[in-house]
Design a protein around this ligand. Structure first.
Ligand SMILES: [Zn+2]
Length: 458
């Protein structure tokens, strides 16, 4: 058990209040927070006292959408180096995620608290082709097969269930009914419309871009049975749909109202689209590129080699450079998603900042830093921070344990240099990451990690 720690003179963003608390004291006993006061707490005998004047204390961050099987042990360390002290794995075969969880709990692996959904519950046919489909999805062919598939997932201790793209509305609703509120059900849906899922009682949606698509985009572009997520056509369809999306149309407004009323969490994952907005020059020089994890780098290397692109200086980022016209369209499509996020928030909705680490660039951990920047543009810095702390904990139903600097919760908190409310990128300047009362130096974690040999590629 860790000794008692008293943090004093903190500028505290506790995750719950809308304003920071100045000169706050936080007392940590063992792995939990014992007391939080505006002002002094008399130091208990033997307590370690840390004066954090000039710094900001925040809750440890939560990434509600990661894929541990894609990112290896290095990815788990990158979460901790970026202040992410809890994650939810959002889709992989049960035995794989359970092995990661056990290794983290026993200390065999170093990383954040780990919650999981188990496999992606897909329709009769797999929406995700190839090896990743085999690793991540579980087909649900008919309503009769639901108990045999879902019961073992719940019995294995899954913290959530995740519905996937190829489920029809009937099957999706039947799984939600079967879950019966025992764990939150979230979804990266496609054939089932978001409005149908909300009506059926879903608790969360993953990715603004595809999951609300059928309620906000023009009818002729909407997904239906047979729509494939593979290849360029799907990306082009998403782009065209979002460019033409009308958030004032009755369907879009009805969806936003229903999500807000039923407190359906919107996991935003906007950082996936950041590369397009940065453009080629911005992305090529991006310092985060240094830490693309070996497992993902190898996947990209193979893809680049297959297309004879390995001689390109930016093969780790791009398989082909996009014309400026497309970059501009992607940027406008992303603005529309930020606008959806803002409108949902202003309607009182539950905005949560998951990232989909690590299918896409940016690397794990750094992806949540990007998500925070995009969220702060949409709903302001304080609300962005709450979206990745207390609101994320609510979406996971783990608010008794994580998401706020408050008595009784785990002592998961960050000591940040300067004030992230005036500049959200200061969340990249974390001096100390505390998880369960144990302090870690983010720079020391980074120093131990392998560096992308293609950085800088220019
Ligand atoms: Zn995902």
């Amino acid at each position: 058990m860790a000794a008692e720690i008293l943090l004093k003179n903190a500028r505290l963003i506790d995750g719950l209040r809308q304003q920071p608390l100045e000169h706050a004291s936080i007392l940590i006993k063992g792995d939990r927070i014992a007391a939080v006061e505006a002002g002094e707490i008399p130091p208990p005998p033997g307590a370690q006292i840390i004066d954090v004047a000039g710094k900001t204390v925040t809750p440890g961050l939560i990434d509600t959408h990661v894929h541990a099987v894609m990112i290896g042990d290095e990815g788990l360390k990158l979460f901790m180096a970026n202040g992410i002290t809890a994650v939810r794995d959002c889709g992989a075969r049960l035995e794989v995620v359970m092995a990661v969880k056990q290794a983290l709990q026993s200390g065999a692996k170093f990383g954040p608290r780990f919650y999981f959904c188990g496999p992606l519950l897909d329709g009769a046919q797999s929406s995700l082709p190839g090896a990743s489909g085999a690793l991540m999805t579980q087909n649900v062919p008919a309503p009769e097969s639901i108990p045999g598939i879902v019961k073992p997932i719940l019995e294995a201790g899954a913290d959530s269930l995740k519905l996937y793209f190829g489920l029809t509305a009937d099957l999706g609703a039947a799984i939600i009914r079967y879950a019966d509120g025992r764990v939150p059900v979230t979804g990266h849906i496609g054939y089932m419309r978001a409005s149908e899922a909300v009506k059926a009682g879903i608790n969360g949606l993953e990715h603004i871009s595809p999951s609300v698509f059928n309620d906000v985009c023009p009818a002729h572009l909407r997904f239906g049975a047979g729509t494939s997520m593979a290849g360029r056509q799907f990306v082009e369809r998403l782009r065209a749909g979002w460019l033409a999306a009308d958030l004032d149309a009755p369907d879009a407004r009805a969806l936003i109202d229903a999500m807000a009323r039923r407190e359906v969490a919107m996991g935003t994952t906007m950082n996936i689209h950041w590369l397009f907005r940065a453009g080629y020059e911005g992305a090529a020089r991006d310092p985060d590129r240094k830490y693309i994890v070996p497992k993902i780098l190898e996947t990209r290397r193979q893809a680049a080699a297959a297309q004879n692109k390995l001689s390109d200086p930016d093969w780790d980022l791009y398989f082909s450079r996009l014309p400026q016209e497309v970059v501009d369209q992607e940027r406008r499509a992303l603005q529309k998603q930020q606008e959806f996020c803002r409108r949902l928030f202003e309607a009182g909705g539950l905005v949560v900042g998951g990232t989909d680490a690590a299918i896409n660039y940016p690397p794990p951990g750094f992806s949540l830093m990007r998500e925070l920047e995009l969220l702060a543009e949409a709903i302001g810095a304080m609300n962005a921070l709450r979206a990745v702390t207390s609101k994320a904990a609510l979406a996971l139903r783990k608010q008794a344990d994580i998401g706020a600097v408050a008595p009784g919760r785990f002592a998961d908190l960050l000591i940040v240099n300067g004030d992230p409310l005036t500049d959200i990128t200061r969340m990249r300047n974390i001096a100390t990451v505390i998880k369960g009362g144990i302090s870690h130096d983010p720079q020391a974690i980074l120093r131990e990690l392998p560096v992308n040999p293609n950085y800088p590629g220019l």
